[in-house]
Design a protein around this ligand. Sequence first.
Ligand SMILES: C[S@@+](CC[C@H](N)C(=O)[O-])C[C@H]1O[C@@H](n2cnc3c(N)ncnc32)[C@H](O)[C@@H]1O
Length: 298
Amino acid sequence: MTGLLGPAQIRALAAKLGVRPTKKLGQNFVHDPNTVRRIVAAAGLTEDDVVLEVGPGLGSLTLGLLETAARVHAVELDPVLAAALPETVAVQAPEAKDRLTVLAGDALKTTVADFTPAPTALVANLPYNVAVPVVLHLLATLPSLRHGLVMVQLEVADRLTAGPGSKVYGIPSVKLAWYADSRMAGKVPPAVFWPVPNVDSGLVAFTLRDAPPAAVPREDVFAVVDAAFAQRRKTLRAALAGWAGGSAVAERILRAAGVDPQARGESLTVMEFAAIAAARRTAVSEPPEAESDGRVAR
Ligand SMILES: C[S@@+](CC[C@H](N)C(=O)[O-])C[C@H]1O[C@@H](n2cnc3c(N)ncnc32)[C@H](O)[C@@H]1O
């Protein structure tokens, strides 16, 4: 039998390998070929793409990705699953086995040197407990990425794709927006997984920007974002006090950035966060001046 893996094959493969799916590693395997085809179609791959797949598991999605002409780098933390993947592909898709490379290890610890040729697309059914850190780590470390399609818990998909003003807009939304334009590309029911999770899943499609949205170091922008959302119900003047070195300094920086000090982080675009980071750089390079609360800005 060749091709994609259905329910009986997934269970037979797990039994053969002695794999008992663990929650700790977010192991919910897709056992529905139609879902695999849907993910691959939504990813919009071309034959020039080099795909990075995080968490190939038993190989369901890997086989679907290899049905396109793309090369696939697969990073799997579970050593049993990583070791078994080349054999699964050799059996199910022998013509594609030379287009697969497997890295046994933690996707959160990968570097650019781990992948040759450099990946252009991230396509993955992510381990749900580390989905956001994995996406942000890969976007930060792999400048070759151009687009991606990831399956994550539905609430996380909502958060990643939310815009300013949405109830679920937060740190993941702004940080993903720094790198890419994103959109929700569909909902996936629990029944397509084994074991069946108790949450719905969502597909997040994203396209990387050609250049960062502002000429400000990413770390500086992310520090503002972290501070603003650490106390999301507070006004920016209050929420950014610790970050700025006092609420009066925060107010001065916000005004210089053209942002209302009484606004909250949940209403700001990534460009406004960047403007705040840039205004702080200017503020710290200016000589300190007396602040209205009597303290001196540093
Ligand atoms: C949701 S399953 C997806 C499996 C497979 N892609 C599928 O669709 O059936 C997540 C996979 O990620 C692996 N995993 C968990 N944490 C990981 C990490 N930090 N780095 C790489 N792989 C990880 C798990 O062992 C598991 O195989």
